[in-house]
Structure formats: structure tokens, C-alpha cells
Design a protein around this ligand. Structure first.
Ligand code: SAM
Length: 474
């Protein structure tokens, strides 16, 4: 079947279903089904129903039009029925279903209002006229149905713009990321000073950061950026309750859950904060090319730094500040979102997958799926490229760990040719023109090992890895 065309086919009634999220009516009319059953028994032939291949459910179809006919067919024991499989492309399926529904039997006022609201909630980019045309109402009527939803959506959009702007992401990239025209973005930006006023006035009244975040629906790191505005780094550490390490051993018991998402290979915000403290200044631009759960951007907000983040994992709703980008092995990366920017990062914080550790938890195209040779080859090209996009006095903080194939293997029998040790990264840095200035130990102390596993490792003389290092280069 060609998926790009509407096609008439026979489909098993059991492969068709009613998806309430795209059904515009409140209830099924059982009397109507009864009449249709009678009609079928009298030999009457109905028009084919319309269905859509169900997203995410192979071989299943959801009904766009003909719920009553389909129910009647099922009641009369028909196994297969004629159906048109529609390809809607960008047309909203609920609105399409509503438009067809008002033909035979008008939607009630409540159903019409509800359909307008549900369509807008699924796709806030729909205009009132578009919704109105589908449900048979004027633009003004639709405006009144969705006024409250539109206000909330606008507020959410404002907040996203404020967030991305605070991180120093240029306007063209904010507009692209949020899917809005540059002019709309400029209109919103003009409102920005007023947006922070209510949370700031609550902070002044003595409400705590979490209280303000909850009351105004702001991400907590964004409230921290307001609460700590104009304070120096040391004061920020104190207010965030982070002990400042003086020596080159940065060990933290746990990740700070206020910053970043629960993410495979998540690093503590305190670790990022220490890199920022020692190797950057306030308002510097930080670049995190493999940002994962967003801990770097969140910490930058709290520490008064700007931050650009990229990751192959695209989460536009949860993390609009992380722009999607896949660093592929062969590409030239000249389509990189930041490539044409006038601004250049002052510090790159790079926390890639530690070779194939956690490979099963990252997306398929992750560099953790590469062979050892290709992983190292990738890093060599990557380090060279980072120099190309940087200013002269750029610094790079590279976070990684020794990788040894220690599982199930006594230390004495490990194959060193399989390992990647921190010194191997050093060799690549030397080759690509980076100068190492510091190696800081930041062990994975939060890893909890089950005592049974530890006892088994000890018995077999297996030497595990909890090492992790931050290499600083210039
Ligand atoms: C160790 S995690 C980063 C964790 C992050 N620092 C945090 O604390 O949440 C490495 C990230 O690199 C991303 N990644 C791996 N290969 C990539 C590639 N080829 N292009 C872009 N991102 C990639 C993964 O999606 C993953 O989120």
C-alpha cells in the first residue's frame, strides 16, 4: 500500500478502533447504531468509513469518520469492511474528524467547544480561523472558546524565550528552535523585563527559590539565575549550599537534583560549578556539545554564565535550550547550528559517553556504539574541529574515565589493547594541538555497588573502575 495516497482497502473490523483523542463527539449514539444494523440486515450498503494508520501501532487503524457504521458492521458479525485509509500530512486529525462529523449530525455546542480546545491543546499553532472552518464556527467564537488556553500557551512561550535568551542563545536560533517567526520573537522579547517582575518581587518578599519556582511555574534553575543575579561566585556557592573544593580532588556524594534531569551518565551540578568557578568568568559563553540531561545549562544559569548546548537526543518540550545535533563519524559538521555565530565560546565543557559505557541507554547513533578505533578517531576529529570554532584563548574541560574491560576478568588478565586510559586521551590532545594544564580527579563516588557483586569481584581479583577525571586544556 502506498502510504502517501488515500486508498480504498478492506480492513478487518478488529484492526480498526475508536481513538477518543480524535473523536469529536461526547458519546456514541446507540440508537443510531441500531438503525444502521437494521439497514445492513435489509441489504443496504454504506459508504466506506475513513481511517488513519495509527501512529505507533503497526497494522491498526483509528477511525476518522464512521464510528456508528463500524459499530453496526461489528454487531452484524462482519469481519472485513471497506475503508479509505487517509494520509492527512499536516491536517489535524481531530479537526478533520470534526469537519466530517458535522455533515450528517451537528456537533452539540459543548462538543464544538471541546473539539476547538482539544485541537488547540494538541497544536497551539492552529489559528482560530483554521479551527473555526473545521468545526463550523466563526473565528470570534473560537477565540472565546480558547482564550484561557491561548493565554497559558503565550505565557509558556514567553518563559521559553526568557530561558533561552538568558542562556545567551542568539535570536535566529531561538526562533528556529521554538518554531516562531523572528518578528514574533522580537515582540515577545520586548515584554521580557516585565516577565521576571512577579517572581523577583516574591523573592524580595522572602519566598524561597523552590516556592517561587512552583508558584510561577518557572524551572528552578531560572529562578536561581534571578535570585543570585549580580552576586559573586563564592556567594553563589554558599547560597546553593555547595562546599567549595580547594584541592584537585572533587568528589561529590550525589548529584544535586535541582539541576539537570535524571539521565544516563549524569554528572553532578557541583562538578560543573567547580569547572565554571576555576576556569571561567561570569557572563562567559560555555558550550556543551553533548549536553544529555542539561545539567551544564542549568548550572550556568545559577552561576551567571551563558550556555549553548547540543545533543542528538531532541527534547523540544522538556529541554528547548538543548539544540538537536548529531555529530556523525564522517560528517564535516559544517551544518553545526553555532558555526556562523559571531559569538564564540570561552569554555567548552565536553562530557561524552565514556566509550561504550551505558551504550544501551543512549540513542543508536551515539558515539558509544562505535568500535574502540572509531571512537578514538571520532575524538581526534572532534578536538581538531573544536579548535576551528573557538576563540584564541579558549579552554576545554574534558570529562572522562579510564575504560578497562574489567568485568568478569581478573586485573592481571585484562587485555590492555582493549582499554582506553586517560593517557590515551592525552595523546590525542597533544596531536590535535591542545595543551593540558590540569588534571582533576572527580571520582564516580555516587555509584553504589551491591555487596554481593563486590564480594564476587574480590574473589575473582577483578579491579573495578570508579575513576573519573576532568582534563583542562587550552
Ligand atoms: C555522558 S552523556 C552527557 C551527560 C550530561 N553531562 C548530564 O550530566 O546529563 C553523553 C551524551 O552524549 C550524547 N551523544 C552521544 N553521541 C552523540 C553524537 N554522536 N552526537 C550528539 N550527541 C551524542 C548522548 O545522547 C548523551 O546524552
Amino acid at each position: 500500500m502506498n502510504p502517501m495516497k488515500d486508498v480504498l482497502v478492506k480492513i478487518r473490523t478488529s484492526d480498526i478502533f475508536l481513538d477518543e483523542t480524535i473523536y469529536p463527539r461526547e458519546n456514541i449514539d446507540h440508537k443510531r447504531i441500531g438503525i444502521f444494523v437494521e439497514n445492513l440486515r435489509d441489504g443496504f450498503k454504506f459508504e466506506p468509513i475513513e481511517v488513519q494508520a495509527c501512529p505507533g501501532k503497526r497494522g491498526k487503524y483509528r477511525i476518522l469518520d464512521g464510528v456508528h457504521r463500524w459499530s453496526a458492521y461489528k454487531k452484524t458479525g462482519q469481519i472485513e469492511i471497506d475503508a479509505i485509509v487517509k494520509t492527512l500530512n499536516s491536517i489535524d486529525p481531530l479537526l478533520y474528524a470534526a469537519k466530517l462529523a458535522i455533515g450528517p449530525k451537528q456537533l452539540t455546542e459543548a462538543e464544538t467547544r471541546n473539539t476547538a480546545r482539544r485541537a488547540f491543546q494538541t497544536n497551539p499553532k492552529l489559528t482560530s480561523s483554521e479551527i473555526g472552518r473545521a468545526i463550523g464556527r466563526s473565528r470570534q467564537a473560537v477565540d472565546s472558546y480558547i482564550a484561557d488556553l491561548r493565554a497559558t500557551t503565550l505565557l509558556e512561550l514567553d518563559l521559553k524565550i526568557f530561558h533561552l535568551n538568558q542562556l545567551g542563545i542568539p535570536q535566529d536560533r531561538i526562533a528556529k528552535r521554538l518554531g516562531i517567526p523572528r518578528r514574533t520573537l522580537r515582540d515577545h522579547l520586548a515584554e521580557m523585563p516585565g516577565l521576571a517582575f512577579p517572581p523577583n518581587s516574591d523573592l524580595l518578599k522572602g519566598f524561597t527559590v523552590p516556592q517561587v519556582a512552583q508558584k510561577h511555574g518557572w524551572p528552578e534553575p531560572l529562578v536561581w539565575s534571578q535570585a543570585l543575579n549580580k552576586k559573586d561566585d563564592q556567594t553563589r556557592f554558599k547560597e546553593l549550599n555547595w562546599g567549595l573544593r580547594t584541592w584537585d580532588l572533587w568528589n561529590f556524594i550525589d548529584c544535586d537534583n535541582r539541576f539537570g534531569d535524571d539521565w544516563p551518565g549524569r554528572i553532578p551540578a557541583q562538578l560543573i560549578a567547580h569547572i565554571l568557578y576555576f576556569f571561567s568568568e561570569q557572563n562567559d559563553l560555555i558550550f556543551d556539545p553533548m549536553a544529555g540531561g542539561g545539567v551544564c545549562a542549568d548550572t550556568c544559569l545559577a552561576m551567571g554564565r551563558r550556555c549553548w548546548s547540543l545533543d542528538m537526543d531532541d527534547r523540544p518540550e522538556a529541554r528547548p535550550e538543548i539544540e538537536p545535533y548529531h555529530w556523525d563519524l564522517e560528517g564535516k559538521w559544517d551544518d553545526l547550528p553555532i558555526i556562523n555565530s559571531k559569538d564564540k565560546p570561552d569554555l567548552i565543557i565536553c562530557d561524552p559517553p565514556y566509550f561504550d559505557k551505558k551504550a544501551s541507554e543512549y540513542a543508536k547513533q551515539s558515539i558509544s556504539g562505535l568500535s574502540r578505533v572509531n571512537y578514538l578517531k571520532f575524538l581526534e576529529r572532534f578536538f581538531l574541529f573544536l579548535k576551528k570554532i573557538s576563540k584564541k584563548n579558549i579552554k576545554l574541560a574534558f570529562i572522562n574515565a579510564d575504560w578497562r574491560d574489567f568485568q568478569n576478568c581478573p586485573a592481571n588478565k585484562e587485555d590492555p589493547k582493549q582499554a582506553i586510559l586517560i593517557v590515551d586521551y592525552y595523546e590525542i590532545f597533544k596531536k590535535t594541538g591542545w595543551t593540558l594544564t590540569h588534571i582533576i580527579q572527580a571520582p564516580l563516588s555516587s555509584e553504589r555497588f551491591n555487596p554481593g557483586v563486590v564480594a564476587a569481584m574480590q574473589k575473582k581479583k577483578i579491579l573495578g573502575v570508579t575513576s573519573r577525571y576532568v582534563m583542562i586544556l587550552k
